[in-house]
Design a protein around this ligand. Structure first.
Ligand SMILES: [Zn+2]
Length: 574
């Protein structure tokens, strides 16, 4: 069996591209934070599990997976080698992980899924035979003991699916594919079950809690299984999950929520899987909308989810919820998804050089079977309202091939120049391509207009929840009202006065990361209000290791808008 990575789109292999700029800084901040997490908390659930925390191999599995990939950025894998050996040493004689209670409950089954994937991610980077052997023993435990059902949060059970499919492809052992099918066939997306209506243990909906991270982990596994088996029913289940999230869960920043019933509370793990699912769906279907969504989620959800310390959060929301860092899962799963995005930045048809995400990067892309050195730099210009990406071709470019540049929806059009001369223009989103005989040192530049876009009407999924509110985008980025730029006012008492027709014309672009909009203060006096990117939220958790409340400056994305003379004032109680 083989994963059919269709010939239409080839992914850039791991480690062949390094990034600097905004994403590079975020990856480094993530890695530095994960280095600091190598403490007692990382191993506590394997060593001394308790009633609240006994997710077994979850934390350490995620950590070694993320650190193996991030380690390729620095070529230093010493620490991850040590922790991977330690994880393997906790494997029980029957192949399972976790020692809380007589049997493994839903927490430990969930942890085994992430432990399996962590071992396989670590193996993908290092080719370590002990990690593969441990993954096989765990896979055999699934073959023998996989629970089709359960009383609590049964959507956690299927979260090993991506690991089991990977194991089947790696080993060519039919038994792993058979158990992957069993896991898939009993999974919630295959049954179209998203959340139960009964309540039980700790207020959870039972048996299906509606945990988005679990549904999306399973969804990614189902897509892997579709790529191996070509059975449409697996893809259909993924698309059913996709449309449910688009209809009822997604926020304006692309986040999909921790639980299906609480869209305002995010979880980085959900957003990370959502990013990866969109990238994979683009590769499988070649539909540009998935790549559009992936870019949106990366810039406005994943970046928003990250704190100043490098940790990633859950229970964060676009209306001013700073949430809490979640080091046991989100701080590992967030960077793992960012690494995946890098491998899609230059993915495309194998006979061409493609640019999908606009990053500062350098490295090697394979075109028609042989490598080409590339370097890209980006530059925002708020005077000309444009974003320019310069692609410099290096060694290996002395030949003829097409350079394909993505023209995103947020730009709407683009102009491509070769060595300073106009070479192609696109009036609509899609692809602009330049094909010619190239020379080493040639520079392709693509310029996009960065436009202001005002979204009218607050939504959850496709549903309007407040018609008076507006949100503001500039280029690909979602902006928010922040106390940092409006220190004299309480944000909840402010409103905007954007006109009903062409509201964008009243938004002033002061800098790529700063907008000014007309508004009203609490006393009804006209004001100029400052907005900055939602991704600048950051904030500081009050500790490291597990979950820690995070302080961030107050912010809000959805702002009431209306050219009314003053806010209504209640009765005078003085
Ligand atoms: Zn998480």
């Amino acid at each position: 069996m083989e994963a059919d990575h269709s010939t239409r789109i080839a992914i850039t292999p791991l480690g062949s591209i390094s990034v600097s700029g905004g994403l590079g800084e975020r990856l480094e901040r993530s890695r530095a934070h994960l280095v600091r997490l190598d403490t007692d908390d990382l191993r506590r659930e394997l060593v001394e599990p308790d009633a609240a925390w006994h997710w077994g191999a979850d934390y350490m599995g995620r950590w070694i997976g993320a650190m193996a990939y991030l380690g390729t950025l620095t070529d230093d894998l010493t620490q991850v080698h040590r922790v991977a050996k330690e994880l393997i040493s906790h494997q029980r004689p029957d192949g399972s992980f976790g020692s809380y209670g007589e049997d493994h409950d839903f927490q430990e089954w969930f942890g085994m899924g992430r432990g399996l994937v962590g071992l396989l991610d670590y193996h993908a980077v290092t080719a370590d035979p002990d990690a593969l052997a441990a993954a096989c023993r765990l896979g055999d435990y699934y073959v023998e003991h996989y629970p089709e059902d359960g009383a609590l949060q049964i959507e956690v059970n299927a979260t090993a699916l991506d690991g089991l499919v990977t194991l089947a492809v790696l080993t060519q052992e039919e038994r792993y594919l058979d158990v992957a099918r069993r896991v898939a066939d009993s999974s919630m997306p295959m049954r179209r079950l998203w959340a139960s209506t009964d309540f039980g243990y700790r207020g959870l909906r039972i048996p299906v809690a509606g945990a988005v991270h679990c549904h999306l982990l399973t969804g990614r596994g189902l897509l892997d299984l579709f790529e191996v088996t070509h059975e449409d029913r697996y893809l259909e289940a993924v698309l059913a999950l996709y449309s449910h999230l688009m209809d009822q869960a997604i926020s304006v920043n692309g986040a999909v929520g921790e639980f299906l019933m609480g869209a305002e509370e995010s979880e980085t793990c959900s957003d990370a899987d959502w990013l990866r699912l969109n990238l994979q769906l683009w590769r499988v279907t070649d539909e540009a909308r998935y790549l559009e969504m992936a870019e949106h989620v990366l810039l406005n959800a994943i970046f928003f989810d990250q704190t100043d310390t490098g940790a990633f959060t859950y229970r964060r929301g676009v209306q001013g919820r700073p949430g809490a860092s979640f080091d046991a899962c989100c701080s590992n799963h967030g960077p793992r998804a960012m690494v995946e995005a890098v491998s899609y930045a230059f993915a495309g048809p194998p006979d061409s050089l493609s640019v999908n995400l606009f990053l500062d990067a350098r490295g090697q892309v394979v075109v028609d079977g042989s490598p080409v050195e590339i370097e890209t730099t980006t530059r925002h210009d708020s005077d000309s309202h444009s974003l320019a990406l310069r692609l410099t071709l290096g060694a290996g470019a002395d030949r003829s091939f097409p350079v394909r540049l993505r023209v995103p929806e947020w730009a709407g059009s683009a102009t491509a120049l070769v060595n300073g001369s106009p070479a192609a223009h696109a009036e609509t989103p899609g692809i602009v391509a330049v094909s010619r005989q190239w020379s080493v040192g040639d520079v392709v530049e693509i310029r996009f207009p960065t436009r202001v876009r005002v979204v009218r009407g607050q939504t959850i999924g496709r549903h309007l929840t407040d018609e008076r509110a507006v949100a503001v985008f500039y280029g690909p980025q979602l902006f928010c009202l922040t106390e940092r730029l409006n220190p004299e006012h309480r944000l909840d008492l402010l409103r905007l006065t954007l006109p009903g027709s062409e509201p964008e014309s009243s938004v002033q672009v002061v800098a790529p990361d700063r907008l000014e909009v007309p508004g009203l203060g609490p006393d009804g006096a006209p004001l100029t209000l400052g907005l900055w990117p939602l991704s600048s939220t950051g904030g500081s958790p009050n500790g490291i290791g597990r979950t820690h409340p995070t302080k961030a400056n107050y912010f809000k994305v959805w702002i009431p808008n209306g050219a009314v003379p003053a806010l209504a004032v209640g009765p005078d109680r003085s």
